[in-house]
Design a protein around this ligand. Sequence first.
Ligand code: AMP
Ligand code: MG
Length: 406
Amino acid sequence: MLSAVEALAHLLKNASPVNEEETVPTQAALGRVLAKDIASQVDVPPLDNTSMDGYAVRSSEITQVGTVLRMAQRIPAGSVGQSLETGTIARIFTGAPIPQGADAVVMQEDCIVQDQNELVQINSVPNAGQWIRRRGEDLTAGKLALTAGSLLRPQQLGVAASAGYAQLPVKRKVRVAAFFTGDELSLPGEPLKPGGIYNSNRDTLLGVIRSLGCEATDYGIVPDRLEATRAALRTASANHDLIITSGGVSVGEEDHIKPAVNAEGRLDLWQIGIKPGKPLAFGAVRKQQQSDQETWFIGLPGNPVSSFVTFLLFVRPFILKLQGRSDLSSPSYLMRADFDWLKPDRRNEFLRVKINAQGGLDLFPNQSSGVLTSAAWGDGLLDCPAGQGFKKGDMVRYIPFSGLLS
Ligand code: AMP
Ligand code: MG
């Protein structure tokens, strides 16, 4: 039996990032992976500017409260003022450049305008530099703004735009094919067959694949027959980087994944010491057109919670590596358990839990691997090491689903 850590290390050792890159408008790059480091084209902000509406002043001229000075110019955002003459101040608005000679801004709330706007009484003594945002305090021209392998979230797009980029080099999307094995499976919308169950893995797994920014192709339900499984593998191998399946990974007579992948490529069947989960098939399928090339294959267990959890823990980092992402980790935090867990499993267990209003973790009462409502109710997994129970109040490791869906 492999530990979760060993299984993941083995998967990641095999994967390497897709090579192809494309250039897309910054606007369209949300959720993509940056392919190259980018350096800022400009200083951000480009000039010293005010962070307040108020008056740009020479701080040395205001040594006492109540000083009155003449307002000699007005500088709205987007315009550049004149050099500040001695004994004068400038009306200035947030974002406008600080005029030459000024070294501080007094906010308008601290000033009283006298004499038809000409004279202004200043009721606070400014410190040099106050309310000034310095040129280049965010980025300087030539400085690394974003690194290759970054996931482009809205914040990264904003940084790219501030650095002057209308387009960004990104990795091409990873292409994932999926099919779902089981004679018992029906599609929602069709009547359930006797002894049947609806195919829920399709929506869960394709949903996660798409949340990770991959192109997903659904090859549907595949019956529990060797030939049908082999045919599905051959079709799915074309034009995809990775094939994901659910079900059929045990070694019963009705489990055809192992012989099918072995016939069409190569496969290792692992027993991983986790719950839910355990069997995971990892291998590759020869591409039909170019037999020297392969499409990665990962076969997940059929139980809905098992396939969801093993996807998040193992397939997600594998896909991230194919995408060229630099951070492959599953974010996790120490949190307080608000329940006892006194009979731990011999396997590393991933319990479906939810953060309560007191900042602790509550447990979903039914932790069966077939009860998918546990994952819909929960907001994450409690990573319980093999054989280690805990008591209410103990700190435990929590992995939020939100950190695993991008
Ligand atoms: P298997 O891994 O094929 O032995 O399936 C394990 C269990 O998961 C069985 O109870 C199956 O009916 C169920 N199962 C397999 N595939 C799916 C699916 N796509 N959707 C819902 N349940 C499934
Ligand atoms: Mg099955």
